[in-house]
Structures are given as C-alpha cells and as structure tokens.
Design a protein around this ligand. Structure first.
Ligand SMILES: Nc1ccn([C@@H]2O[C@H](COP(=O)(O)OP(=O)(O)OP(=O)(O)O)[C@@H](O)[C@H]2O)c(=O)n1
Ligand SMILES: C[C@](O)(CO)[C@H](O)COP(=O)(O)O
Length: 244
C-alpha cells in the first residue's frame, strides 16, 4: 500500500480583492466556511495523512473553525506572501517527517470546490519532477504590448495552461526551490513557478473548471451554483465519474 500524503493549505491571506469584511477564507458557502470546506476535502480522502494549515498570527476567526482542534489538522503561522506561508508549512513537515523527500500537496484555502476525483488524479500521478492540476486555455489568448492597451500577438493556446492547486512536489526539493526563489527575488505565485526556476519541468494534470479560486465578489455566486451542480453530480456518479 502506498504511503499516506500530507497537504499544506495556505490560509493566511487577507482576501483584498474579495472586498469582504473578513478574510475570504472565512466567508461561508452553503453554511460552511470556505476554509473548512477546503480542509474537509483532504480529511475525507483516505490517502491523506494530515493537513498543515497556515493561519495569520492573531487570526480571530480560526478558533471558530470545525477543525480548530482536530487531531489531523496542524497549524503554522502564515507569512507575508503566500510562498512564505507555504514555506512555514513545509518547514513544519521537515521537522516532523523521517522521509524528507516524500511528496506533499499544496492547496489554496480559496479553492473549496476541488473534487475527490481531481485530488485522486494528482495523488496517484507518478513522476519525479512533481505535478500540478491545470486547465488548458479555452479562450484565444492575446499578448499585450507593454506600453499600450493593444494586442501585439496571439499565443498558441495549445501551449497555454492555467495553473490550479493542488500542486505536488517532493518536500525537500520544493522547500529548497521556494527558498532559492526568495533569495533571488523571483516573483513566485505558485509552487510550480519555484520548481521551474530551479530547472524542473513538472507535469500538467488536467484539473477541473469547477476548481475555481475564489478571488472576486462575483466568484461567490459562481461557487454557490457550482456547488449545487457538483452535489447533484455526486449523487449520480461514483468516484470514477461513472453514472450509477
Ligand atoms: N500571505 C499569504 C497570502 C495568501 N495566502 C493564501 O494563499 C491562497 C491563494 O491566495 P489568494 O487567492 O491570492 O488570496 P489572498 O492573498 O487572500 O487574496 P488577495 O490577493 O485578493 O488579497 C489563499 O488561500 C490565501 O489565504 C497565504 O496563506 N498567505
Ligand atoms: C496558486 C494559484 O492558485 C495558482 O492559480 C495562484 O497562483 C494563487 O495566487 P494568485 O496570484 O492570486 O492567482
């Protein structure tokens, strides 16, 4: 039997673009907080050992979570940037795990609609340079001129993939790649960027368009609709997506 996997969930952002009166991970979707939904997805998967959540210092909302004192949920302090929060989570795992090169998953708290099918796809993926969930672009993609609001060219969309989470990498390699990117001042918005900068070529696994990152106020409305769509699908499909 393969070893159980750890997940790091960065949840220390302020959600500026959401324009809400609390950090967006504490807004509720059908009665449950976005953060609790994200944590629950991992705890419900039998291949997950535990979850490390990055929480801001003095976060007054976290104690209200259903997972505040759950034995499989461990908390680390959030950092200034998302990558700093992730690094804190990785450092915690490095101090806890014997095999420091075991694969770990990193997933945004702000993506509460990840399905078990997509999570299983990335957990089961075999490959030595890591992997991420991503979606092929379905739009025509323009490259904008740097100085004006004009199109300079059209990119080949076959080569454009939009990054999602979870992203899966060997613990020590990812930690080194993130630290190196920090030291070199490279702008890192996901783990894969750090790995690319360190010379790796992670695999792209097809994600799901429903695995939305809740960023803007209107995303909440879309998420409510997707949630009810996914719930109706779940009652008619098994974990392999087969109609029952
Ligand atoms: N210093 C930070 C910044 C972000 N995050 C987390 O990283 C994920 C993805 O980031 P994003 O969607 O950009 O969240 P925010 O930074 O909160 O949003 P905004 O940029 O609108 O402020 C979120 O789960 C967020 O809580 C984090 O743990 N630590
Ligand atoms: C990691 C991520 O979710 C991949 O899409 C994303 O990079 C998070 O940060 P963003 O820069 O706010 O999209």
């Amino acid at each position: 039997m393969s070893r159980l996997m750890w997940a790091v969930i960065p949840a220390a952002g302020v959600g500026k673009r959401m324009l809400a009166d609390c950090p967006k991970q504490y807004l509720t979707l059908a009665g449950q907080s976005i953060l609790d939904r994200s944590i629950a997805i991992f705890l419900e998967n039998p291949q997950i050992a535990g979850v490390v959540v990055g929480i801001s210092q003095g976060d007054a909302y976290w104690p209200e979570s259903n997972y505040f004192s759950h034995d499989k949920v461990h908390v680390v302090e959030g950092g200034k940037e998302r990558s700093d929060t992730v690094l804190n989570g990785l450092k915690y795992l490095q101090s806890k795990l014997d095999d420091r090169q075991q694969n770990v998953l990193v997933h945004d708290a702000a993506r509460p609609l990840l399905t078990q099918q997509a999570l299983n796809r990335i957990i089961q993926h075999q490959g030595d340079q890591g992997a991420i969930l991503a979606m092929p672009s379905r739009d025509t993609v323009k490259w904008k001129m740097s100085d004006t609001q004009q199109a300079e060219k059209t990119l080949d969309r076959n080569n454009i993939w939009l990054a999602q989470t979870p992203q899966k990498f060997p613990l020590e390699t990812l930690s080194c790649a993130l630290q190196q990117a920090n030291e070199l001042g490279i702008d890192i918005t996901d783990e894969c960027s750090a790995m690319e900068a360190a010379g790796y070529q992670p695999d792209l696994i097809v994600g799901e368009s429903s695995n939305l990152k809740l960023t803007l106020p209107e995303d909440l409305l879309i998420a409510e609709a997707l949630l009810s769509f996914l719930s109706s699908q779940a009652t008619t499909q098994n974990e392999f997506g087969v109609q029952q």
